[in-house]
Design a protein around this ligand. Structure first.
Ligand SMILES: [Cu+2]
Length: 328
């Protein structure tokens, strides 16, 4: 099974990182999902987008060019922009069975989005390699919960052109308000993670007083929201793209079935993913669920070769050790 294979390669990767070049030969026998990162000397660093020069630097420009390349691919190609966005959510039909898979309002919210980001990032990195961008490209994150300018939409998403004068695919004038594109500042009330960070249970049966949501079976909208998903995750989605206007004309971010079409979605979610690690690091009894219903839940995505790959929540609980990704 693909799931078993990828889980195993995660373990082998740890051995590889421990320093044995000899293990590299073994990688050929596993699914190559982890092989590309294993070739790098160290973990991939997801950087704070506001710590990079704005609007353009090697990472944001490579992202823009990779997004353009992915947008040019056939929408039925799993590595295309349209397909990747549809895995999260789409109104398009006929529906591919791997579309509309995003997990919200349950304890699967964090692991599902982690697996989704991880394979999306691999697909982008492969596209970045194709256009000659940095080989250590990793998804930048947008930490909106910091003073100006961090609390504004990153500039690479607000300028209409790339350095060479071509159209910038990160620029979406339909984002909710002109103010958003002109540097609207989120208030600390909107971005605060304090309430979510105070929770000590990852999951509770009905999601109340939980960090990560209710103990529900997989469903795109299960109904039991965790504290972090509610605030600031949802608040920021709706602020960038209004929920009120029909057909996502107020910006994609406000409607789940359109949200992942906006390239800023992935920087927003990288920060939400980072906050899972921050929450755990606070200690005080905070821990991931030990229930097998959570640990063994499989999520299927596509890798950079367009091949289906499955990871379980238990395969992604350690971002550095299992995925080779760290937050800088
Ligand atoms: Cu989201």
């Amino acid at each position: 099974m693909v799931g078993e294979t990828t889980a195993l390669s995660g373990l082998k990767r740890r051995g590889f990182l421990a320093g044995a070049g000899a293990v590299a030969a073994g990688l050929g026998t596993t699914h190559d999902a982890h092989a590309a990162t294993a070739q790098l000397a160290g973990p991939l660093v997801r950087r704070d987008v506001w710590s990079l020069s704005a609007p353009w630097n090697a990472y944001t420009e490579a992202y823009a060019r990779a997004v353009r390349l992915m947008q040019q691919r056939d929408p039925r190609d799993p590595t295309s922009w349209a397909f990747q966005a549809a895995i999260h959510g789409t109104f398009s039909s006929p529906e591919d069975p791997t579309w509309n898979q995003c997990q919200h309002q349950s304890w699967h919210f964090f692991p599902w989005h982690r697996v989704y980001l991880y394979y999306f990032e691999r697909i982008v990195r492969a596209a970045v390699a194709q256009i000659g961008g940095p080989s250590d490209w990793a998804l930048p994150y947008w930490n909106w919960d910091r003073p100006f300018p961090s609390n504004t939409l990153p500039q690479a998403f607000r300028v209409p052109q790339l350095p060479d004068g071509s159209e910038n695919p990160l620029y979406l004038p339909l984002r909710r308000t002109d103010a958003m594109m002109a540097g609207f500042q989120f208030t600390t009330r909107q971005t605060s993670t304090v309430k979510a960070m105070r929770t000590t249970q990852f999951a509770t049966p009905d999601g109340r007083r939980s960090f990560g949501g209710g103990m529900q079976p997989v469903a795109q909208f299960a109904g039991a929201l965790g504290a972090m998903e509610k605030q600031p995750h949802n608040v920021i989605h709706v602020q960038i793209g209004s929920r009120a206007r029909p057909n996502c004309t107020g910006g994609w971010m406000g409607v789940i079935k359109c949200a992942a079409n906006d390239p800023v979605f992935f920087l927003h979610h990288a920060n939400v993913d980072r906050l899972w690690d921050v929450w755990l690091a606070q200690g005080g009894g905070r821990a991931n669920p030990t229930d097998t219903a959570w640990l063994n839940q499989p999520f299927t995505m596509y890798d950079e070769n367009g091949q289906p790959v499955t990871l379980r929540s238990r395969d992604v609980v350690d971002t550095a050790g299992q995925l080779g990704v760290v937050y800088g």
